[in-house]
Each structure stands twice: as C-alpha cells, then as structure tokens.
Design a protein around this ligand. Sequence first.
Ligand code: FAD
Length: 473
Amino acid sequence: MTDDARPAIVWFRDDLRLADNPALDSAVATGRPLVLIYVLDQFSPDLRPLGGAARWWLGRSLASLARSVEAKGGRLLLRRGPAGAVLPALAAECNARAVFWNRRYGAAEIAVDTDVKSALIAGGVEARSFNGALLAEPWSVLNRAGQPFRVFTPFHRTAAEHDVPDPLKAPAQTLTGPDLPSEPLDSWQFEPRQPDWAGGLRETWVPGEAGALARLDTFLDEGLAGYALGRDRPDLAHVSRLSPHLRFGDISPRQILAAVRAAKAPPGDVAKFVAELYWREFSYHLLFHFPDLERRNFQPRFDAMAWRDDPDLLAAWQRGRTGYPLVDAGMRQLWREGWMHNRVRMVAASFLIKHGLIDWRLGEAWFWDTLVDADPASNAASWQWVAGSGADAAPYFRIFNPVIQGAKFDPHGDYIRRYVPELAQVPLSAVHAPWLGGTQLRGAAGCYPPPAVAHAEARDRALAAFEAVKAAG
Ligand code: FAD
C-alpha cells in the first residue's frame, strides 16, 4: 500500500454531524480514503454510562449520521469496546495513516483520549484533535491572574472577546474508504422494548443533523424574536429546544451562533440567546477546570449539609406527584418528552433540594437518566447552581415558591393543564394551588395529590439548614 492509499480515520463522538465538523473536514482535506467510526465504549474506567433517554437519542442520531454518510458513498462503522483498544486495532487493521477527532472535556473522556493518542503514536499513527463542541476552549478563557473563572459575568465578557471561526460547510467530496466489518446498530438496543417508554420521545423529537437544522430554522422564524422575555414562559414556544442536538453534536454552537447573528431579530433577543450559549460554555469551563463537578460540591462547605433521606418524597418528585402543579407538570414533561423547560427545571430542582432537603446529586442522577439533553457539564453545573453549592450559585435564601412561580410564568395554567390531566378542567383560580380552591379534583384522569410538604414549613427548614452550612463555612 502506498502512503497515499493509507486511510484517515475519523472517530465520531459527541459530534454526530457532517457540517462544521473540524475533524471530518481535516480528514477529508488529506485526500486519503476515509474510515468513519463510532465506538460504543462501556468499558473504559470512570466513563459515566448514558441514561436511558440519552441512549435513545444517541441511537437515532447515529442512524441519521449513518444515512448521511451512505448518501456520500461511505459507511459509518460501529464497534463496541474500550476505545483505547478499538482505535489502535482499527488503525492497524486498515493500515491507517492518521486518526482525527473532536475533543471532549470530562476528566474520564480526556483520560481515554490521552490513552488512545499514546497508543496510536506508539504504533506510528498520527493523532489529531480539534475543537468541534465549544465557542472557545476552556483553557483559553482565563482571568488576569491566569486562573479559571468562577463567576459567569466576567467569564462571559472574556469568552465573548475570543473570535469564533465561521462554521465549516459539510464536505462536498464523497466519504469513501475500505469496506470493514461493523456491528448492526440494532444490536446495541438503544430503543426500549419492554416496556417501550419512548413513545413521547418519538412524537417530540427528530434526532440527527437534519432534525437539528430544521429545529434551528423553526426557532429563527418563530421563537427568537421575543426570546428575552418569552424564554421564561413554559406555556409559550420561545426557546429553541436545541439542547439535545447540541449535546450529541447534531449541530455545533458555532453554527447556531452564526445563524442567530445573521437572523433579522431584535438585538436584545439575539444578545440574550447568545448569553445562554455562553452559559453552556461556562458549564464546560467549570467541568474542565473542576472535573468532580457531578460528584462533589464545588463549595466544600456544602459537604456539611444535613441532607434528608426521604425516599417517598423523592419518588413523588420523580413521578410528578408532589401536589405542586408547576413542579409536577415539569416532571411529567420530562418523563414524557425527555426534556423540560429551563424555568421549570429551576423550580423543580429547587423544590427537591430546598423543600425536600434532598441531596442535589439524587436529582442530578434522575435528570441524567431521563433527559435527552443530559449533559455532563450543564446538568451538574446547573444542579449545583440551584443547590447553592456551585460556582456563582443562586443565593441559598432564594427558595422558589412553586405556586407564585406558576402564576407568574404559566399565567393561564396552559402548561400545567397540558401535562397534568387531573387539572385539565380546574379553573385558573385553582390551577396553581388546587388544595386552596376546594375544587373536586377527582376527574377522569384520576386524583391529584395534596402538597407533599407545606411550603412555609419547608422554607423555614431549608433556611435553617442552609444557614447552618453558611455559618460553618
Ligand atoms: P434555549 O433557551 O433555546 O438556549 C439555547 C442553548 O443555550 C441551550 O440549548 C443550551 O445549550 C444553552 N443553555 C441555555 N440555558 C442554559 C443554562 N442555564 N445552562 C447551560 N446551558 C444553557 N442543559 C443541558 O443542555 N443539559 C442538561 O443536562 C441540563 N440540565 C439542567 C439541570 C437543571 C437543574 C437546570 C436548572 C438546567 C439544566 N440545563 C441543562 C440548562 C437549561 O435548562 C437547558 O439547556 C435548556 O432548558 C435547554 O432548552 P433550549 O435548548 O430550548 O434552551
């Protein structure tokens, strides 16, 4: 085999797209035959297994990528095993010249990539990595002292000064290469069967690159103008719902940024939306610089928190039966669609942590299993933010009243009625606090429960517990 005939391998991970994919683009630019692979790695140490909803998304997104690759004359190989063994073995099998990938930022993922790189280099194979997931690399955004940021606003100011390259187009060339053995996607069993709980996910989402671009277009047409105010209203369609597409890299933040900046929308709405993209960047910044984010309190004084053990309340929260309609609507939206509106995520998380005094890690784990956008950086950073244990966290004395939050952000009760059928016929006067209305709540959809905890007592209990932690720290 001449050197020119030696293939370039592209290792897909959280970048399941052809457009704006720097690793793919650079591999294509070599002019070599291409070997495109996704490795299902359930074996490398410390990698957190995906939750059920995210596995469903991954399966669909891989199927979409495989179709796109086939349309360009290529084939997406699927193999299972520890990446540190699979990649060097594949490189040897096809006599590859180089392997290209886009970076990940969790400690376990970085450890895997470092192993793969060493093994490839030891075997005489070039290894090249790229930024395909972030607007700026976490190590390039530092404060004047050369330290990572712990507060969003200065992080945002500094990060936004970094030029963001224009997104790359999908390669025009074919993606052909040697024919190599691949596992069937079905054998990875990403679709739940018994029971099949994914009906709501299938109705709601179109995972994959084409689905992401269609969702972006819809958002630009219908959601972006009015985003700054509308983004807090779960009853309206003002948010993009791009989060699961970003999580799996069906689309890149650079593509979204470029499209939003080019859109004809009020500058205030564009600026607010772009700031949210930088919240995602900030989460990755924290994950990279503080790799224990999903396991350990960012502020160690929270290690002294006297969390309660309350399996009944945890189960009521998980099943959307706390008796607080906004919390329950959110938890049921999560169960049905694998996604929850951001405002409701904050209220639901706050309820578990503050009304329940239940360790944020239990909530984080439930979201990890049930969210299609379950993200190693944003999920952990957001849970810690709500708990008050995180960087730049919500003040501990902010204890959302779920009734007031409901009245403010779901003013007509439409969101609640959509997800809590027991309350479908309840008048607006009672929909946020049904126990006060004296309304008969036993309807066709069953009986809606009374509040699992009384707000005022729970608030006092939480304040005392959080103040004790503050005093100790
Ligand atoms: P839009 O409002 O359209 O925002 C556009 C994009 O900006 C989002 O897709 C997301 O990538 C980013 N973004 C927006 N808000 C935030 C934020 N607060 N933090 C970080 N990035 C943000 N987001 C996840 O992607 N994965 C998670 O696992 C996750 N877990 C969360 C857990 C809790 C307890 C809370 C309070 C928030 C969590 N978020 C998470 C952040 C946020 O709720 C979602 O990103 C957002 O609701 C996604 O909807 P969207 O795409 O319509 O957002």
